[in-house]
Design a protein around this ligand. Structure first.
Ligand code: BGC
Length: 444
């Protein structure tokens, strides 16, 4: 074969290989060049959506949900855009300008209730009562979750999971080596005593914490531990006094808590903090049960390698974090968007996603045999607990501007540890947005 023919064959082979790889990437997890593809998308059978599930456990879960969809619609090019950054703080900052500019993907991850309100108010969401009806979702989704997906009596989103926020994850070996019985850690004092014991035996940081929002997450659980009435007032925008004793006590506990956490938290992702507990470097991590997904992805067994207990003082409470998808208006692939929502809300979809995600299904008819021992306990505890409380940090409980402002105030506080400034900034801000509190939570 002469040189020129050889060269042509080589070019053809490379082109074919590149095409195969591109088709695969485009088909499953393409997350780039969305904008440049948008003109073509309107002509193809495609589905675009954004999410922030990028840790090992989270990625496994969303891929499982995509697989269920692909099995039903093998010809559709599924093009998710994963945006790194737990809690959605990065992704929601990117998506909002896109949606406002009429460039919404076919769906995007969002928390139930307040977080979607700005989009609803701006008329950017399609009402989806028809999906709830055709899939008979009201018969399987708990009432409290139904309500969190509605505005003015109509549905605008479907839930994909029910996460619990008020949990302390622990490394079982480290606790047993230090004769600490996690069942006894039911008050903050007992919990801090356990931290002292760990420190005395050489565990430099008994608790692991990550970047800013994870500190806000901790603060929120401490607020819940002050009792449901106080939490209810907090989410209803009624904690406005500078000398509220429960607020001062919550801050005292937060300060004490911070004295046991790793010093490099500000550079640490939530899942890297959890990973240090998985590896036994530290004993505790306050985090929602998406942390369960990390233990599972690391092949750890609940009850053998790790365990969990309710944040002290919140035993009878279930902190609600609910991820949803919705149907923005003016999208390129409305038929596929509708299919995606139905898939996310389906029993099959939820039973593929949640066992890996660490959460429980948002449906009461889930196949419980697919879930681990923690999730089986959580499923029954969801029905047994006395109080449910919506998370502020995870979008549902309070106006979005408060969630964002709280995070800024906490970052500032981590920096200067100025109690007075913290209290006055928070209470002043709550007062300044009183008209934004449009949901009147009744949690008691
Ligand atoms: C979401 C979870 C997610 C977690 C960490 C929360 O706000 O609701 O689904 O796993 O953030 O990224």
């Amino acid at each position: 074969m002469n040189k020129i023919i050889k060269k042509i064959i080589l070019i053809l082979l490379i082109t074919a290989a590149v095409s195969v790889v591109s088709i695969y990437a485009y088909r499953i997890v393409s997350n780039q060049n969305i904008e440049s593809k948008q003109s073509a998308e309107s002509e193809i059978d495609a589905l675009t959506f954004y999410h922030w599930w990028t840790s090992p456990g989270e990625s496994a879960a969303i891929n499982a949900l995509i697989d269920v969809f692909i099995k039903k619609y093998p010809d559709t090019a599924v093009m998710p855009t994963p945006v790194t950054g737990g809690g959605g703080f990065s992704m929601l900052g990117i998506i909002k300008p896109l949606v406002n500019a009429g460039e919404a993907p076919d769906a995007f991850q969002m928390h139930a209730a307040y977080e979607s309100k700005p989009y609803y108010d701006a008329g950017l969401l399609k009402q989806i009562d028809d999906i709830w009806e055709s899939e008979d979702l009201e018969s399987v989704i708990p009432k409290i979750v139904q309500d969190m997906n509605k505005f003015e009596g109509h549905y605008y989103s479907v839930p994909i999971d029910i996460h619990r926020s008020n949990l302390v994850w622990y490394n079982k070996l480290l606790l047993s080596q230090n004769n600490i019985n996690p069942d006894n850690l039911t008050t903050w004092d007992l919990f801090f005593n356990a931290c002292e014991t760990l420190k005395a035996s050489g565990v430099e940081y008994p608790i692991q914490m990550g970047e800013s929002w994870t500190a806000s997450h901790v603060f929120e659980q401490i607020v819940a531990s002050m009792g449901i009435d106080f939490y209810e007032d907090w989410v209803n925008g009624k904690i406005t006094s500078l000398d509220n004793p429960k607020l001062l006590e919550a801050l005292r506990i937060f300060n004490k808590y911070l004295s046991y956490v790793n010093s490099d938290y500000s550079e640490l992702s939530w899942n890297s903090a959890t990973a240090r507990v998985i590896e036994g470097e530290s004993a505790f991590n306050i985090m929602g049960d998406w942390a369960n997904g990390e233990f599972k992805a690391a092949k750890k067994i609940y009850g053998v390698d790790y365990g969990v207990f309710a944040v002290p003082g919140t035993e009878n409470m279930y902190g609600l974090v609910i991820d949803t998808f919705q149907h923005p208006k003016g999208i390129k692939h409305p038929v596929n968007a509708q299919r995606w929502l139905k898939n996310a809300a389906s029993k099959e979809g939820q039973d593929a996603f949640n066992p890996l995600k660490g959460s429980i299904s948002a449906r009461t008819d889930s196949d419980i045999s697919k879930y681990d021992a923690y999730q089986q306990f959580a499923t029954s505890d969801f029905l047994a607990v006395r109080y449910m409380f919506p998370s502020v940090v995870h979008g549902s409980g309070a106006p979005e501007s408060f969630k964002l402002n709280l995070n800024d105030i906490i970052v500032q506080f981590l920096d200067n540890r100025d109690d007075e400034e913290f209290i006055s900034s928070m209470t002043r801000y709550i007062q300044s947005i009183s008209s934004e509190y449009t949901i009147n939570w009744s949690l008691n």
